[in-house]
Design a protein around this ligand. Sequence first.
Ligand code: CO
Length: 274
Amino acid sequence: MNYQKIKQIVEGIQTTDGAGVNLTRIIGSPELNMLDPFLLLDEFGSDNPDDYIAGFPPHPHRGFETITYMLNGKWQHKDSAGNEGKLGEGSVQWMTAGRGIIHSEMPIQTDGLSRGFQLWLNLPKEKKMIKPAYQDIESEQIPIVKEKAGMVKVISGNFHGTVGPGKSHTPILILDIQLLENSKLTIPLTDGWNVFSFIYEGDVFSGQKLSKGQLAVYEKDGDVDFKTKNNKARIFFAAGEPLNEPVARGGPFVMNTRGEVLQAFSDYEEGKFE
Ligand code: CO
C-alpha cells in the first residue's frame, strides 16, 4: 500500500485573538500560511479563565466558513442572521459567513477547562457571496466509527462509509481520531487533496514520529496511516480538495482579489452585513 509521506511539520505560534483569548495558531501563521482549502487552524485550551474569559465579541466575516469543535467547556454563539447555539463538549458549530455576517463567540463558563479548535474553510469563488448559514451540530449527532485501533468521530465527509453531519461546499474530510496503545489505523484518501493531522494527545508514528502539538502536512498521493506504541493518542485530522484559486486576505475577510477585500471593509462600515 502507498502511504503519504510527511512534507512539513509545524507547531504554530502563541498569539491572542478576539478580546484577548490566548491560543495557538497552527495554520495561518508565517510557517504555514494556509493549506488550500484550509485558511486557519487555532487550538485554544486552558483551565485558567484569564486565557479565555474575554471571548470573541461581535466581529464580521465574509467569504469562508468557520468550523468550531469543542473538546471541553461551554461557549455560546450568536450571529446577525439570528442564529444562536450553545457549544458544549464534543459539539461543532459550523458558520458559513458567505456574503457577510457579524458573530460573537463567548464563554458561558467562568472557570474550568475550555479546549477546542477553530478551522477556517475557504469558499470557492462562485460561493463567496452566498447567503450566510449556520449548522449547530450536537455531540450526539456526530457518528463514531469503532475500530480495533480505537474510534473515529466523523465530523464531515465519508470515512469507511460513515458520513459526518457537517455539510461543506467542496469535498472535505474532518475527523477526530482516538487511538489506543499499540494500534494501527489507515485513513483512505482521494489523491490530490491537501491533508493535515494535528496531534493533540500522545505520540504517533505516521511515516515519522509526531508528538503532541505538532501538525503534519502530507504529500498529496496515497492514504495516511497512524501507529501508536505504548501510549494512546488523539488526532484532529482534515483533508480537502484544493480550490486552486487566488486568495486575498484582509483580517476577517477572505476573498479572491484585494479589491474584493476593500469592498468587504467598506460594506461592513456602511452596515451592509446582515
Ligand atoms: Co469569528
